[in-house]
Write a protein that binds this ligand. Structure first.
Ligand SMILES: [Zn+2]
Length: 293
């Protein structure tokens, strides 16, 4: 694992990693800020950065977790809310930039665009967007007003998710989802769970939060989407679902299953509502996680 201070020279490191062909022109632009939480995978050829979309600290109210006993809430000291975030993830992989979800959107206070630009990237720099599901805090950032923001990106969406929000519901029922998918109609690629997507990303079945909710795997990193809204509460008490989960029972089964995979394979996890420091190494012998160093 590279310490964060090496991030300003990440591009240079990647060039060193490809000694046979000079690829300077491919390996630009380079992230120039070193303050983004980051996980480096696949022999340092891939970097995944957390871009926190929320400007202010975010706590999930405990009322969102009706199955959580008061005693547990007291014991964990989360009476005022469970530390959380609204996060998106930016991947640099072999010369291309991709996003996992896009947050709320600048029109609703989302920081994604500002953070991209602060780090030398423009919306046109993004080649791919992988969507975990279609809730507004995940697809909102795809738009700027009524126009699509990422005009050069292929958008990968689960076919069941698409069917639920677009085919099974009218434009009046799910206006935001209809608007975004119409704006990106020429860029959307539908996938099924189990598919390997361009960029070496695998789509993993994770229904419950929404019908087509998807976890993505890249190397030894799992991008959990909305598997957990209250990490501190739900990681060790996976039966506790969130009011936002459309099928709470299925969400709990999925949470248990996916975390078991992370345990068995000693993976790193990150998620759209996990708190700082964003990336956690799953400890294969205990039921704990460690902030990734
Ligand atoms: Zn969400």
């Amino acid at each position: 694992m590279l310490p964060l201070r090496y991030l300003p020279v990440l591009g240079a490191l990647l060039i060193v990693g490809c000694t046979t062909t000079p690829k300077q022109e491919v390996y630009t632009p380079v992230i120039t800020k070193s303050d983004l939480p980051c996980d480096i995978i696949d022999d340092e050829q891939t970097a995944v950065y957390c871009l926190q979309d929320n400007a202010e600290p975010k706590l999930m109210p405990t009322s969102l977790f009706p199955d959580a006993p008061d005693s547990l809430i007291q014991q964990l000291g989360v009476q005022d809310g469970v530390p959380s975030s609204i996060s998106t993830f930016l991947m640099y992989d072999h010369g291309e930039w991709s996003l996992f979800d896009t947050g709320l959107g600048a029109d609703h206070g989302g920081q994604l665009l500002t953070l991209l630009q602060r780090n030398g990237l423009q919306p046109d720099s993004i080649s791919r967007i992988y969507l975990t599901h279609f809730h507004g805090d995940h697809i909102g950032g795809m738009m700027q007003g009524d126009a699509p923001l990422f005009t050069h990106a292929q958008v990968y969406a689960n076919h069941l998710e698409y069917m639920h929000w677009i085919f099974n519901q009218t434009e009046t029922e799910t206006p935001q989802q209809h608007k975004v998918m119409a704006a990106y109609r020429d860029q959307v690629q539908l996938f099924a769970w189990g598919d390997s997507l361009p960029g070496g990303v695998v789509a993993i079945e994770a229904p419950g939060h929404t019908p087509g909710h998807t976890v993505f795997r890249k190397g030894n990193l799992l991008i959990l989407g909305d598997l957990m809204h209250g990490f501190q509460l739900q990681y060790n008490h996976r039966y506790i679902s969130c009011k936002y989960d459309m099928d709470p029972e299925k969400a709990a089964q999925t949470r248990n299953h996916i975390i078991s995979i992370a345990h068995n394979e000693h993976l790193t996890i990150c998620g759209m509502h996990l708190p700082a420091p964003s990336f956690f190494e799953v400890n294969p012998v205990s039921t704990s996680t460690n902030p990734k160093q």
